[in-house]
Design a protein around this ligand. Structure first.
Ligand SMILES: Nc1nc2c(c(=O)[nH]1)N[C@H]1C(S)=C(S)[C@@H](COP(=O)(O)OP(=O)(O)OC[C@H]3O[C@@H](n4cnc5c(=O)[nH]c(N)nc54)[C@H](O)[C@@H]3O)O[C@H]1N2
Ligand SMILES: Nc1nc2c(c(=O)[nH]1)N[C@H]1C(S)=C(S)[C@@H](COP(=O)(O)OP(=O)(O)OC[C@H]3O[C@@H](n4cnc5c(=O)[nH]c(N)nc54)[C@H](O)[C@@H]3O)O[C@H]1N2
Ligand code: SF4
Ligand SMILES: [Mo]
Length: 741
């Protein structure tokens, strides 16, 4: 009978919590998770797991995780049925669109959406269906500078080269801490194992960071840098490479435009000239330049520390300029372009040529910030809600997004959210952001859904394809996230809350297929069988992708069925040379000197002699944490209190701060109270504080997190400071004052 005890079974699931995308092996008994470990046979992650992966069980079981929709009545969130929740939205959303137009509705899309294909693929559908220009996402708190620089150079926003770590002999890392983050814009499970293997074959790891991070601690060399000065260091390196005659484009010579323009643009940024601004001796800068240029297999990689700063786009661009000029781009052991099995724009269309990218097709209403990759900067969200006039945001749909904690000047955003006529959150917690929502629509537990990573195989250290079926059956009557988003789409587009979701999905999928298959549409739809939702879109993308069966035209080509038959995934081997085939610039060349980037050098030049502040703040990630939302899981929340400010001993002495004592950090008239830890990990004049804390807001339901709320770094950062090219927030290197309390 169905209640008889089951034998323990084993299930496999790709972890959706960070970009490493580890394959996990779960023991399941009586529909309960009894164990979680790394899946040894996973072709991509080979058994690696971190403490967050093991905490998936607690996430699944967390009593605070929402399982039914909530509607705010008289200021209090109460559980309602799904039909009631959608009826409430139907009553309130269409009149706003009718009266004020589509731009009155904004979307805010958060980081977990990048890890869930239902949210990613159907969130995009929802945005398109509403037709609003008010799209905001975590991308402008994170990686937009890198996407912009790569888009300008290589022709698409996700054509970002990654280190070929398994073959390199020198890896230079700026502003990333993969020992903790497990890699970002670079999908690389078990960074530590791969770095060790590199060192064992005589390779070297150099880390450039204002803190002696966990990654710096295992490196062969750590170089302290002044926060925000990467642009100057990198300009100094390019200058030295050019001046010393070390430019060597190698095989790429025929595919690069703009070399002379770059060489010309950097002439005055000599190592001697930039040294003081970086806090790095000119001699060391020259050594770095020489090491990168003369090591046969070398690669420079920059990540969030180089993005969340005033010169994010310039710094991101210079990283790849160095890789190109030293002949390390698109070469084994250098920076290479993955070839993903599905959804990659650089495998579609005409090989070697495209339309390139552009920005500023429209500007934001209040600060006139240019649109970048279809979005406005997250830093503009509050002002667009607050400022009256045509096009003012009156309704917000937040999808897995917690800007009240994760975006700078969170309290301003929180206050703005209360001015909305309607806020809808597709989210699994009642937290600092969703407490402002009128309706909260919680999706399933990740273990109850199938999984495919849309973005991360496009950034992977190796080419492979993997898929996970649901580990547990979803409870009856609970919609998946794509179904929630489709019902929102139906309401917003006037079809009503009681739409036949399946029929609507068929209609949208057919339209997608028609765009690529034209007269073959019916044939393709038949081949896709009775799959629905994101799974059908995945099969379509896999079969039309670079390894695909092209719906019968390629023998033994990839289909979703074939991927499903391989629980540990299918390996396609190490990264391969892809230039010129992957380029999608209009010229068909690597654009080494995009005009908007070169123009921005003037800003850096003017800033070169600006005095550096005495004390600046940088961010920090922690292994047992994930941005703002995993502090409610006991396994991760236990142990020493982690939201502490690391302060260099000399600064602590100067400011009379004591280890374990409290201090006030302030900026721009706002302040927070933090616990101090004195640490020689910190470069002088730099304080490090993690983000995602501050769980002390009323009306939330995160009982474990509330026990030790921590301080919200973003309460004192500015929403108005941005990299002007990408719109990315400046979250690092912000001048602060600090005093004991
Ligand atoms: N000062 C400072 N601020 C930063 C950063 C920094 O380095 N320093 N880093 C920035 C970066 S890189 C990022 S990516 C952003 C992240 O900022 P956000 O994109 O806002 O993401 P999180 O803070 O992780 O919040 C995730 C939200 O998704 C919800 N959620 C979790 N899982 C699911 C799910 O399966 N389904 C749904 N529907 N919801 C879910 C959570 O409850 C939470 O509300 O923070 C940025 N903020
Ligand atoms: N455990 C855990 N893993 C995560 C996350 C998490 O919250 N926890 N978040 C995920 C997300 S959303 C992202 S985007 C990735 C980010 O992944 P990473 O890019 O690896 O980010 P961090 O670990 O924050 O490391 C950034 C480093 O930059 C340094 N830094 C700060 N300012 C500067 C600067 O101006 N110049 C230089 N050179 N360095 C600087 C910091 O000291 C820090 O060591 O991590 C992901 N993985
Ligand atoms: S490293 Fe990332 S993907 Fe791997 S188990 Fe940890 S959280 Fe999950
Ligand atoms: Mo991020």
């Amino acid at each position: 009978m169905c209640n008889a005890p089951q034998m323990e079974r084993v299930a496999h699931r790709i972890c959706p919590l960070c970009e490493a995308s580890c394959g996990l092996e779960l023991g399941v008994k009586d529909e309960q998770i009894v164990s979680i470990r790394g899946h040894e046979e996973d072709v991509f992650s080979a058994g690696f797991i971190c403490p967050k992966g093991a905490a998936l069980r607690e996430l699944h079981e967390d009593p605070d995780r929402l399982r039914a929709p909530l509607v705010k009545r008289d200021g209090v969130h109460v559980e309602v049925s799904w039909d009631e929740a959608f009826a409430e939205i139907e009553r309130r959303l269409p009149p706003i669109i009718e009266k004020l137009g589509k731009d009155a509705v904004a979307l805010s899309i958060g980081n977990p959406a990048a890890h869930k294909y239902g949210l990613l693929l159907y969130g995009a559908r929802l945005g398109r269906a509403i037709g609003t220009k008010n799209i905001y996402s975590a991308s402008t708190l994170d990686q937009m500078p890198k996407q912009l620089s790569a888009g300008l150079m290589f022709g698409h926003w996700l054509s970002v080269p990654v280190p070929d770590i398994e073959r390199t002999q020198l890896l230079v890392i700026l502003g990333a801490n993969p020992m903790v983050s497990n890699g970002s814009m670079w999908t690389v499970p078990d960074f530590r194992g791969k770095a060790k293997a590199m060192q064992a074959r005589g390779g070297r790891l150099i880390v450039i960071d204002p803190r002696r991070s966990e990654t710096a601690a295992v490196a062969d060399q750590h170089v302290f840098i002044r926060p925000g000065a990467d642009v100057f260091l990198l300009l100094g390196i390019v200058n030295a490479i050019v001046a010393d005659g070390l430019v060597n484009l190698g095989r790429l010579a025929a595919h690069v435009d703009g070399r002379e323009a770059v060489e010309h643009a950097v002439v005055d940024f000599t190592p001697e000239r930039v040294a003081a601004r970086c806090g790095i001796e000119a001699r060391k800068i020259r050594e770095l330049a020489r090491a990168i240029a003369t090591t046969e297999r070398a690669v420079v990689y920059g990540r969030i520390g180089t993005c969340t700063q005033e010169y994010g786009t310039l710094a991101s661009w210079l990283v790849d300029v160095i890789n190109v000029l030293t002949g390390h781009l698109d070469e084994p052991g250098g920076a290479m372009f993955p070839k993903a099995a599905a959804f990659a724009a650089n495998t579609l269309g005409t090989p070697g040529k495209g339309k390139g990218i552009s920005t500023g097709r429209r500007t934001s209403r209040v600060s006139k910030a240019p649109e970048v990759f279809g979005e406005f900067p997250m830093g503009c969200l509050a002002e667009e809600i607050e400022t009256p006039g045509d096009g003012q945001i009156k309704a917000l749909i937040s999808i897995a997004s917690n800007p009240a904690l994760s975006a700078p000047n969170g309290s301003r955003i929180a206050a703005a959210l209360d001015q909305l006529e309607l806020m809808i959150s597709v989210d699994i917690y009642l937290n600092e952001t969703t407490r402002h929502a009128d309706v909260i629509l919680p999706g399933l537990s990740p273990l109850e859904e199938s999984h495919y990573d849309v973005a991360f195989p496009q950034l992977a250290y190796r080419n492979a394809v993997r898929y996970s079926p649901p580990v547990l059956a979803p409870p009856t009557g609970r919609p998946a996230e794509w179904e929630i988003l489709l019902r929102l789409l139906a309401i917003a587009s006037g079809r009503g809350a009681n739409v036949d979701v399946r029929a609507l999905d068929d209609e949208l999928a057919t339209a997608d297929v028609r765009r690529v298959a034209g007269p073959q549409t019916e044939l393709v739809m038949t081949a896709l069988g009775d799959a629905v939702g994101p799974e059908r879109l995945l099969d379509l993308a896999l079969r039309g992708g670079p390894y695909g069966d092209r719906f019968g035209f390629v023998a033994n080509g990839l289909t979703l069925a074939r991927v499903k038959a391989a629980p540990g995934g299918i390996d396609f081997g190490p990264l391969e040379e892809r230039i010129p085939e992957m380029l999608r610039t209009a010229s068909g060349k690597i654009e080494l000197a995009p005009p908007m980037v070169l123009d921005d050098l003037g800003r850096a030049r003017a800033d070169l002699d600006r005095p550096v502040p005495d004390l600046v703040l940088v961010g920090r990630r922690q292994l047992r944490s994930n941005n703002s939302w995993m502090h409610n899981l006991p396994m991760l929340a236990k142990g020493p209190f982690r939201c502490v400010a690391l302060v260099n001993p000399a600064d602590a002495a100067r400011l009379a701060l004591t280890d374990g004592g409290h201090a006030q950090i302030s900026n721009g008239g706002r302040s927070i109270d933090v616990v101090v830890e004195i640490s020689d990990e910190m470069g002088p004049g730099v304080v490090s504080l993690p983000h995602g804390w501050g769980h002390d807001q009323p009306g939330t339901r995160m009982s474990v997190a509330a026990e030790r709320p921590g301080a919200n770094i973003n309460a004192i950062l500015d929403d108005t400071r941005r990299d002007p090219l990408s719109g990315n927030a400046v979250l690092s290197g912000v001048a602060i004052a600090m005093q004991p309390r």
